[in-house]
Design a protein around this ligand. Sequence first.
Ligand code: PGA
Length: 247
Amino acid sequence: MTQKFIAGNWKMNGSTAANDLLLSGLLAGIGQPACQVAVCVPSIYVAQCHGLIAGTSISLGVQDVSQHESGAYTGEISAAMLKDCGVRFAIVGHSERRQYHGETDTVVATKAQRALGCGITPIVCVGETLAEREAGQTEAVVKRQLAAVIHANGHCISELVVAYEPVWAIGTGRSATAEQAQQVHAVLRTQLRAASSKADGIQILYGGSMNAANAKDLLAQQDIDGGLIGGAALKVQDFLTIIAAAQ
Ligand code: PGA
């Protein structure tokens, strides 16, 4: 069985004081987790958070990476820079990036490629909107999003993490049911199997209102290998409860 992975997505939240409080609280309560744990922090706080968690059981991640390698791209942060600063994971293709920053499937695939090229594990997000689900397009949408990443990354896809995040479940308090999530995870697993002989080792996380109360049920599903946690990752006790549910 693949080791479970719980990753926090802090989004645009935090401050030096709040980060300090959150990470010291997590470190005080985490013990020896049986699963992998990471926090994806705002890039401006990478150095601070690296200093607080280096050498602990919590790994450092960010929420985006540039599709470009280097050069005249004002405001962008490259995969090489992130690697240089101790980052291990980068979320790519989060629905908020797709929605507010116009990131296409191709851009997301290139970002995954840049991350992999620098030894950073991309956490590739896919997921349908409510309208797409209601139109019966869930499977087609997530397969199209993942296909672009598979196409651009070939055999390297065994190195990535996938996150299924139904857009209608993100930040809404309305999680997918364990059955709904498992159904889509199974589709993604089949697609990965067709592309890689190592597909069973690729972690597929669920994200979208996963919390201390529903984590156990979701994480018990056959193809749910962990969680990408937004709101609940900002609360020490809730995040610790989710980590405990993944053991
Ligand atoms: P949420 O966010 O847990 O607050 O729904 C998850 C995410 O967007 O990664």
